[in-house]
Design a protein around this ligand. Structure first.
Ligand SMILES: NC(=O)c1ccc[n+]([C@@H]2O[C@H](COP(=O)([O-])OP(=O)(O)OC[C@H]3O[C@@H](n4cnc5c(N)ncnc54)[C@H](O)[C@@H]3O)[C@@H](O)[C@H]2O)c1
Length: 428
């Protein structure tokens, strides 16, 4: 492969951008990465990883000679015609997507008949059409545009990028769509060629559907708690129906992360802005918010008032195998516990650095055993594999209280109970 592969540029070197860059470098492209964060670029040039993602550091190191990092756009424009955009699109106060970073990238493009923007960032339907109109109005009508939404999951991002379930390419039928499809050809995955608006909607609808599945099983779990059914058994029985499938049927304390909450809300707002009230998504969001708070009720059921209690949080990241704390359920949980007068202690094997920026007044511990020392109750928030190996008999000697709330149905209830604890899972 190597030199005959098309060189590309990636603008924005966060979770998606850096993985995209490393992935395409792995299949043989020269990749020119651009980011406005000078510190991030300096770290990448020193060979340091700005984020924690399994296998990413090794992949970047392996393909170091094909990866170029700069704060300048010029080398990218000189060497590449496909400019992948992977800047953040966080939620605004209204729940719409904040497209200011996307607009900044678009504004920095020169007039060109040779380049294309390839949108990896998740954007509302209509964004591509608006950008194309903008290019035309600014005298840059030759600048091509492709929607190529990204579906990777943090924690297995590189794997997902290199073996995607599908690649979606939305374009207007010019050279750029074919060039992007060609770039993905070595990955040998199903290709969905479509128009730009439909490609944009595939991404939003996929995330909204997955979030709906989570809120659905969370509600089933809550009903199981009232009726004596075991949600794990229910999910097993449901999942074997191939129309339903086994994935995303694990109840917990709500979804978080940088994608589901913001994309569900962005789709709801998008629908609202176009005059349609998306009732189902309103419920999905509300169920998710209530789910994060149900844990407090479980603590109160056993401990009464939480004033003066010490509650230990096992894990803080929004899910295992990432350091991403964006919209993590732990943020709501810690704030609610503190508001109810509890002292909050926490341990996360990877996300502590990020968590410290967001959690005020939380006491950070250096290990799982350390965080449980003297606690009245503990809540398993993130399903880090190492928590499966906790020796609950040893914990029994260290904890003051006897309550374990398993927010992810991750622990072995029998092992926890055998050590003398009261076990509260979700729907079991
Ligand atoms: N994180 C995920 O799991 C995931 C998955 C699929 C899609 N997405 C979408 O991909 C996009 C990026 O998400 P992320 O998690 O990688 O974000 P991120 O915040 O980790 O990274 C964004 C990067 O863009 C840089 N940036 C901002 N403005 C810039 C500019 N004008 N020029 C160059 N660089 C700029 C930032 O400095 C940052 O490094 C979002 O739209 C997100 O919804 C994310």
């Amino acid at each position: 492969m190597g030199s005959e592969r098309e060189p590309i540029a990636v603008i924005g070197t966060g979770y998606v951008g850096l993985v995209t860059a490393a992935g395409f470098a792995q299949v043989g492209s020269e990749v020119f990465c651009v980011d406005v964060d000078a510190d991030k670029i300096a770290r990448l040039n020193r060979g340091e990883m700005p984020i924690w993602e399994p296998g990413l550091g090794q992949c970047v190191a392996r393909n170091r000679e094909r990866l170029h990092f700069s704060t300048e756009l010029a080398p990218a424009l000189e060497h590449a015609r496909l400019l992948f955009v992977a800047v953040g699109t966080p939620p605004t106060y209204s729940g719409d997507a904040d497209l200011s970073a996307v607009h900044a990238v678009v504004a920095s493009m020169p007039a060109s008949d040779r380049h294309a923007l390839v949108m990896k960032s998740t954007v509302p339907v209509g964004t591509g059409a608006a950008i194309k109109r903008g290019f035309a109005d600014q005298g840059k009508p030759g600048f091509a545009y492709v929607s190529c939404p990204e579906f990777l999951k943090e924690g297995s991002a590189l794997e997902d990028f290199l073996a995607p379930d599908r690649v979606v390419v939305g374009d207007d039928g010019d050279w750029a769509g074919d060039a992007v499809a060609e770039l993905y050809a070595p990955l040998d995955s199903p290709l969905v060629r479509t128009d730009i608006a439909s490609a944009e909607m595939v991404k939003l609808a996929s995330n909204a559907f997955l979030a709906t599945k989570i809120s659905f099983i969370n509600e089933i779990a809550n009903v199981c708690e009232e009726t004596g059914a075991d949600v794990a058994e229910v999910a097993r029985g449901m999942g074997l129906d191939h129309r339903i499938g086994t994935h995303f049927l694990r109840p917990g304390i709500g979804f978080g992360g940088s994608c589901f909450p913001k994309d569900v809300s962005a789709l709801k707002q998008l629908a609202g802005n176009s005059g349609y009230h998306f009732q189902l998504l309103t419920a999905v969001i509300e169920v998710n918010e209530l789910q994060k708070r149900r844990v407090i009720g479980k603590l109160q059921k056993h401990l009464g008032s939480l004033v003066g209690t010490t509650i230990a949080l096992l894990g803080l990241a929004f899910k295992a195998n990432t350091d991403d704390m964006r919209e993590a359920s732990s943020l709501v949980l810690a704030a609610r516990l503190q508001a109810d007068g509890a002292n909050v202690r926490a341990f996360d094997p990877i996300a502590e650095h990020e968590a410290r920026k967001l959690l005020v007044g939380v006491d950070f511990a250096s290990s799982a055993l350390d965080v449980l020392e003297g606690a009245d109750a503990c809540i398993l928030v993130t399903e880090w594999p190492e928590f499966a190996g906790i020796d609950w008999a040893e914990v029994a000697e260290r904890m003051r209280g006897r309550l374990v709330v398993d927010g992810r149905n991750f622990l072995d209830p029998e092992a926890v109970r055998a050590a003398g604890f009261l076990y509260e899972g979700v729907g079991r």
